[in-house]
Ligand binder design. Structure first.
Ligand SMILES: NC(=O)c1ccc[n+]([C@@H]2O[C@H](COP(=O)([O-])OP(=O)(O)OC[C@H]3O[C@@H](n4cnc5c(N)ncnc54)[C@H](O)[C@@H]3O)[C@@H](O)[C@H]2O)c1
Length: 334
């Protein structure tokens, strides 16, 4: 029966969190969402989840939710996620990612919540020299966003050594796509991820897009990334909790598909699937963009029994297109 105890999902009104809410509900878990709606949307949260608006770093509120709902596990998505913003305003990231996480972990320990799933990122690796990147690669983040997440991993590591706490830190590579039933998807006002930018350009929501650098040491000169479907990612969180519930050890796991696609391949696939061409201009390389970033994922597959179902670029792009078309059509309905 324990596996049906309620879970607290912070950031459940955001892009990835709203997909995770669906995955946990479908797996049979009662879900309580805590989100301050700073970038999330109330109506992204599935109707059968309990929604509470507030700060994941508010210890009184979190204590109250744990007691009131009998929470035994926390899935922590809440945070600030825009890399360039983290460079311009680093202390915001150390507050909302690192300090909020510190308080949340402390509150969990104080109330005996000893299962914690954390949204980490491939940004903790910085500019890896060996690809595919395995979890034991050096962690040398090159921006405050990555550092703020790595510091949270360190806090979890040290807290788990000192207290009754087990956790899974999941390092996501490039998250893409949308719920296959178009119930939720990306809604960020400013698109920063490639598939999202190209999808919006194809649907006329952006005037066009830029490719940053075509002189990398890759087959077509553009950067190569590993894209992971957001619903596959959400599913991994359910498996991570089951892993902890069945007595599994703390783990740090990459989530990706072990397959890289170039920027040009993504753009061409979006144009082909949408049937629309759009303006693509070349721009100089951006600082801190490695030529090739692909995950080694054997550890996640072995530890969790995780098998991504939507690994293909076409599926990810088709789902993103479907979501935006449904959303745009909904907005035009009087
Ligand atoms: N999108 C990606 O490609 C990606 C890659 C690696 C890691 N991640 C991580 O995944 C998590 C979710 O990212 P996302 O893309 O869904 O972003 P998002 O901005 O859509 O979601 C973040 C959610 O957290 C909420 N939030 C922010 N600060 C909060 C706080 N202090 N208290 C309560 N709620 C708060 C926001 O309102 C929003 O709903 C983040 O932790 C992010 O660092 C995302």
């Amino acid at each position: 029966m324990d596996k049906y105890r309620p879970v607290l999902i912070t950031g459940g009104a955001g892009y990835i969190g709203s997909h995770a809410v669906l995955a946990f509900l479908e797996a049979g878990y009662p879900v309580v969402v805590l989100d301050d709606l700073s970038t999330g949307h109330r109506d992204a949260v599935a109707g059968t989840a309990v929604f509470v608006e507030g700060d994941a770093g508010d210890p009184h509120l979190v204590s109250d939710l744990i007691a009131r709902h009998g929470i035994t596990a926390v899935i922590h998505f809440a945070g600030s996620v825009v890399v360039p913003e983290s460079v311009a305003d680093p202390l915001k990231y150390y507050r909302n990612n690192t300090c909020v996480s510190r308080t949340l972990i402390e509150t969990c320990i104080a109330h005996g919540v000893n299962r914690f799933i954390f949204s980490s990122t491939a940004a903790v690796y910085g500019m890896p020299t060996v690809v595919p990147v395995a979890e034991d690669a050096p962690t040398v983040p090159i921006n405050p966003y990555g550092t703020s997440k790595l510091m949270t991993e360190w806090m979890l590591r040290d807290a788990a050594a000192a207290h009754d706490l087990r956790y899974v830190a999941l390092r996501y590579f490039n998250v893409a796509g949308a719920d296959p039933q178009a119930r939720t998807g990306q809604r960020a006002e400013i698109a920063t991820h490639l598939i999202e930018v190209a999808t919006r350009a194809a649907l006329g929501l952006l005037d066009g897009m830029q490719i940053f650098g075509d002189d990398y040491d890759t087959p077509d000169g553009t950067c190569i990334r590993d894209y992971i479907h957001v619903s596959d990612l959400a599913e991994a969180h359910v498996l991570a909790l089951r892993h902890l519930e069945s007595g599994g050890e703390t783990a740090v796991l990459n989530l990706g598909n072990e397959r890289g696609f170039s920027v040009r391949e993504v753009v061409e696939t979006v144009q082909r699937l949408s049937g629309r061409t759009f303006s693509v201009t070349m721009a100089p390389r951006r600082a801190g963009d490695p030529a090739c970033l692909v995950a080694a994922t054997a550890r996640a597959r072995e530890t969790l029994g995780w098998r991504p179902q939507r690994a293909g670029l076409e599926t990810q792009i088709a789902d993103a297109l479907r979501w935006h078309r449904a959303r745009t059509a909904g907005m035009q309905t009087p």
